[in-house]
Ligand binder design. Structure first.
Ligand code: ACO
Length: 217
């Protein structure tokens, strides 16, 4: 008979990753929580213009979808999926403050051992290495404790900043997905990029530190 305490546990969840230091400050990755509501809503409402062009189209106006009162439902749904082993919904912190999100989704086990990753960073902190560091920490986690073999991401061809982040940690381009996702009200082409566990045996965060773009802290 299986031990429920271990069989119900999602490998790699919950988890706290980092810290590492980059130009913008000290970066940590940790599970999202209900008390993120005010900070999450503040940042996302302020940064609507920067986030809207890259996020899947949602139902209703941006302000309503990103209000303080919408967070408990969003957060609880994501944490529920995390408990079921299909999602890893993380907050990114810089110097202890909420600075974005990084989510590993559609975790599929069996012969695939695969998932996608997506992220955003608060506008005042962009250009400081935060997304790159958070992604490296998350990939080490995915290929380590979570036990995945493949992590993929999709990005709009026009999203230069995100494509730089993905390239910096070593994602390979696998092709162009035509009219792949409804983003900002239209079906948008996306570039598919991926990594498998064999591609960074020394670790993604260690590679970032080695390149001088981050320091252990
Ligand atoms: N044009 C070209 N390059 C840029 C731009 C730009 N407008 N902005 C930043 N960059 C470069 C930086 O110079 C840096 O490159 P470098 O490593 O050679 O110096 C890289 O892009 C950015 O690296 P970070 O500083 O680690 O990234 P940042 O913390 O700024 O976050 C992010 C990047 C997440 C794309 C942020 O701009 C954001 O949240 N954008 C809106 C939401 C979004 O696009 N999310 C990603 C969707 S796709 C996906 O999730 C897979």
């Amino acid at each position: 008979m299986r031990d429920r305490r271990t069989s119900d546990r999602h490998p790699g969840w919950p988890a706290r990753l980092g810290p590492v230091r980059v130009r913008a400050g000290q970066v940590r990755v940790r599970p999202i929580r209900l008390r993120d509501a005010a900070a999450w809503s503040h940042v996302r409402t302020r940064d609507e213009a920067q986030l809207l062009p890259w996020e899947p189209t949602g139902v209703g106006p941006w302000r309503a979808r990103n209000s303080v009162s919408s967070w408990p439902l969003v957060c609880s749904a994501m944490r529920g999926s995390a408990r079921h082993g299909t999602l890893l919904p993380f907050a990114i912190e810089v110097d202890g403050e909420l600075a974005g999100q990084i989510t590993v989704g559609n975790v599929v086990r069996g012969a695939l051992l695969s998932a996608w990753v997506g992220y955003w960073v608060a506008t005042p902190l962009t250009g400081g290495g935060v997304a790159t560091a958070a992604l490296a920490l998350t990939l080490d986690h995915c290929f380590g404790p979570v036990g995945l073999h493949r992590v993929e991401a999709t990005v709009r061809p026009e999203n230069t900043a995100s494509r730089s982040v993905l390239a910096r940690v070593g994602f390979r381009e696998e092709g162009l997905l035509r009219r792949y996702l409804d983003v900002d009200g239209e079906w948008r082409d996306h570039v598919l990029v991926a990594l498998t566990a064999e591609e960074q045996v020394g670790g993604f965060t260690a590679a970032l530190v080695h390149s001088g773009r981050a320091q252990w802290s």
